[in-house]
Design a binder for this molecule. Sequence first.
Ligand SMILES: NC(=O)c1ccc[n+]([C@@H]2O[C@H](COP(=O)([O-])OP(=O)(O)OC[C@H]3O[C@@H](n4cnc5c(N)ncnc54)[C@H](OP(=O)(O)O)[C@@H]3O)[C@@H](O)[C@H]2O)c1
Length: 309
Amino acid sequence: MTNQKWTANDIPNQTGKTIIITGATSGIGLEAAKILAAKGAKLILPVRNAEKGKNAVKEIKQRFPDADIAVMPLDISDLDSVRQFAEKVKTKYSKLDLLMNNAGIMWTPQRMLSKQGNEMQFATNHLGHFILTGLLLSLIKATPNSRIVTQSSVLHKKTQGQDFEPQIQFEDLNFTKSYDTKKVYAQSKLANLLFTYELDRRLKQSDIKAIATASHPGYTATNLQKDAGFMMKIMNVVLAQKVDMGVLPILRAAIEPDLKGGEFYGPTKMNEMKGYPELVSSSDTSYDKELARKLWEVSENLVDFKYDF
Ligand SMILES: NC(=O)c1ccc[n+]([C@@H]2O[C@H](COP(=O)([O-])OP(=O)(O)OC[C@H]3O[C@@H](n4cnc5c(N)ncnc54)[C@H](OP(=O)(O)O)[C@@H]3O)[C@@H](O)[C@H]2O)c1
């Protein structure tokens, strides 16, 4: 029977493990970094803002002075920055046990473009992590029992408060014709799942022992909601769970032993907004293999990089 009240106490000692966490300057990523540092992991924290990176390290070291942390520059929305980061990592490290694709932005108030001209939410949440994972695959392959875990959202599907069916809008991925920030975010979080499941299939087809899993944190009060308006600020106080709970799904998807790959963890209470992390199902669309294959090819073209399995 699976543990229904899984907590950070269920995480074994991580000494000897090398872990990258994107988006560890705040919210769920920072909390994950604190917990994994306490368990003895060697952490690589890619950050776009050096000052925030310093503060994150200070905060972690206040609690765990012996934490082994390397901070490196990365703007995940910028493909050049991702390439530079991956090159540095491959020069410095010979293995990577865990890649946590967690950084993200939500509901930008207006349409913004990445340096390469892709819509910013799609570029940050999906394309950046797509190429980052591909560029680090040689390290992942070289590491026994390695894992890639990608953070999605319950908003990858039609759900309470979101009355549309999220899609990958291939005919206009960048939403140039009509911009709906909620549809763009939902597209990017659906892409996270299509990517995870397709990655896991491709790893298996190539006989690579690494697995890919996914998670969602329910509704967790973090900086993510900063652009989401006054009502959301109130809801963050009265409804959202705290980050010590919101961090658990990604940690469980990253750490739970004996997973086969393709698992999705999230909370199960209050329409999946709160609670301990358990195995959950994602939308039918997210399991569509043809859609996932198409997104993979389109993503490879957009980032101008082909995976080498
Ligand atoms: N909180 C929720 O209720 C919720 C629900 C569903 C899914 N999620 C997902 O959970 C993940 C973590 O979000 P969070 O709630 O912890 O939000 P958060 O507190 O805003 O943290 C987001 C992190 O991503 C980083 N980031 C954003 N854009 C970046 C870029 N271009 N390059 C590098 N780093 C970048 C941020 O860095 P800066 O500090 O520099 O901004 C920050 O460290 C996201 O993928 C989000 O979609 C959260």
